[in-house]
Write a protein that binds this ligand. Sequence first.
Ligand SMILES: Cc1cc2nc3c(=O)[nH]c(=O)nc-3n(C[C@H](O)[C@H](O)[C@H](O)COP(=O)(O)OP(=O)(O)OC[C@H]3O[C@@H](n4cnc5c(N)ncnc54)[C@H](O)[C@@H]3O)c2cc1C
Length: 359
Amino acid sequence: MDVLIVGGGPAGLSVARQLKGAPVLEEDPDVGVPRHCTSIVSRRGAEEADIPKSLWLATYDTIRITDLSREVVFAFPNREIVLIDRPGLERHLSAYADVRTRERALSVTPRVSTKRSVYRADTVVVAEGARAALSRGLVGKMERLSGLQVDVRMRDGPEEITVIVNRAVSSTYFGWVVPLGDGTYRIGLADAEGVKAKLDLLLRLFRAVPIDRPFGGAVLRGPMARRLVYGNVAVVGDAAGMVKPLSGGGIVMSMIGGRTLADALRRGDLARYDSSVRERYRVFTLLSRALADMLYRQRMGEKLLQEFAGERLRAVDYDNHVKTLIMASMGARGMLRLARNAHALAAALMAAFRLVGAP
Ligand SMILES: Cc1cc2nc3c(=O)[nH]c(=O)nc-3n(C[C@H](O)[C@H](O)[C@H](O)COP(=O)(O)OP(=O)(O)OC[C@H]3O[C@@H](n4cnc5c(N)ncnc54)[C@H](O)[C@@H]3O)c2cc1C
């Protein structure tokens, strides 16, 4: 066989959708479940990745950032943020694909073996997600946090997406509340440790009552793999660290990475996949990672929150938090206030990375 794909998530299925007929091995009984993801993307990303509007469950125009005592509100024009039907996305992408469920790849070189079969393929696409059991030895170490969330019901919950920057909730990242409609919400957090206890704390703080079981998984902060092709093995999606380090979001990058890979496979030019994806994302992900470190680890996010507390700022780009922060603060004539903080100034300078090619 020409191409064999391991993993039936957005990355692997995006390859399969373009290369009609390429088999996909998926270890679970169905695609899209169990769920692990919050499923928020930017409108621009959803359009770029061709996520059909029928899978847009909700759109939002506001993000509230709070440390639980102060808050700043970012208003996005054009209802920029989209909640995706995530199992629906996998079902959509797999509509014409040859997905072989309950087939877990145990090794990929020199052949792909599962409990039941041994597959030979000219090219193996590893799209196994953040667990990266097969690809870790190839792509090297990535930074992983644990993400845990649950769908809840609560009274008088926030009307907009709420991001919680508070050490008790997450000491290295952030928590979130996403309104789902009809008084239901998705509430969760990512952190290096103790996520179960911290989710319980969040539930108490918001007086939220779970209506389903908690779900989650590894949230990646990068870095993106230095190489995406290793002989006849190509790595794509979370397995290759294709995520936005500032939010851990990777749906759109995985899908665009998958599409680019399929295009290169059709042309018989795998090297083109490696160079075009790294050209497009590498600088963006490297600099975003540095910024994520400043915002979350060095707690610059909390300092900026203090500086802008109580304000409603116009935001410009959901995918690029720093650009949004800089532009919003300029709009509020807040550049001087930003500059009062040395870290923030560094962030402002680094926002210039937009000039060197973010997505
Ligand atoms: C808590 C949490 C919240 C998130 N929220 C968002 C968000 O709001 N927005 C966003 O853009 N991103 C979010 N993400 C990240 C997003 O889910 C991933 O970036 C995206 O799923 C990556 O797609 P993928 O296809 O690379 O991997 P996955 O979606 O993980 O798919 C990998 C597939 O491979 C299968 N598999 C794994 N190993 C094998 C094997 N050996 N053999 C066969 N099959 C195998 C798995 O069962 C799975 O179906 C979140 C992640 C977490 C953990």
